[in-house]
Design a protein around this ligand. Structure first.
Ligand code: MN3
Length: 212
């Protein structure tokens, strides 16, 4: 089955009051994410991906190093955006975290503010395009990390993301121009749906269910 663009779980205008305008979502979801899906489908046959899950493809492409990059760029970005749309919502924002997530952030990362500071720093310090992440590390502990371009913690073997923020310029230029720190701060304070993130923590991360 070909990979498909997952529909946004809200309308393209739903996050405008929270700092992500309709034009950003139309372009980012309808053009950028869709282009990764189309390009990935174009690689299925030549790269022998048929029958593999998106998660397996991302992990294998990461292990393949430079040889895996053409697949990782598209497959990683398909996975990354699939998570990104889910972790934001019109009900997002605020500092009320579900109990499981709050207590794990307290014990593993030193509390909500320390986590937010680390996450923002990860996103700001990612040189050029990439992503900031909250992941369940391979040791079971929550960690904040970052990856360049289309990579993610599945492809690097670090762990499984439960929250990701796109820091490619296409994610924030219409709303925040060049000011990436303000975009990250707004993402954490107004856009993240903590109930969704807590649910992903319980489930051990996102499984897209998409297969080549
Ligand atoms: Mn993007």
């Amino acid at each position: 089955m070909p990979f498909t663009l997952p529909p946004l779980p809200y309308s393209t205008s739903a996050l405008a009051a929270q700092g992500m305008c309709q034009e950003t979502l139309e372009l980012h979801h309808g053009k950028h994410h869709n282009a990764y899906v189309t390009a990935l489908n174009g690689l299925v046959e030549s790269k022998g991906l048929a029958g593999k899950s998106l998660e397996t493809i991302v992990a294998e492409a990461g292990k393949a190093g430079a040889d895996g990059l053409p697949v990782l760029n598209q497959a990683g970005q398909h996975w990354n955006h699939a998570l990104f749309w889910q972790v934001m919502s019109p009900k997002g924002g605020g500092d009320k975290l579900p109990g499981n997530l709050a207590s794990k952030i307290d014990s593993d990362l030193g509390g909500l503010q320390a986590f937010k500071d680390a996450f923002k720093q990860a996103g700001v310090s990612q040189f050029g395009s990439g992503w900031a992440w909250l992941i369940i590390g391979s040791d079971g502990k929550l960690k904040v990390t970052k990856t360049p371009n289309g990579a993610n913690p599945i492809s690097t073997g670090e762990g499984t993301p439960i929250l990701g923020c796109d820091v490619w310029e296409h994610a924030y230029y219409l709303d925040f121009r060049n000011v990436r720190p303000n975009y990250l701060e707004n993402f954490l304070n107004k856009l993240v749906d903590w109930e969704v993130v807590g649910g992903l923590l319980d489930k051990g991360g996102l499984t897209t269910g998409q297969t080549a």
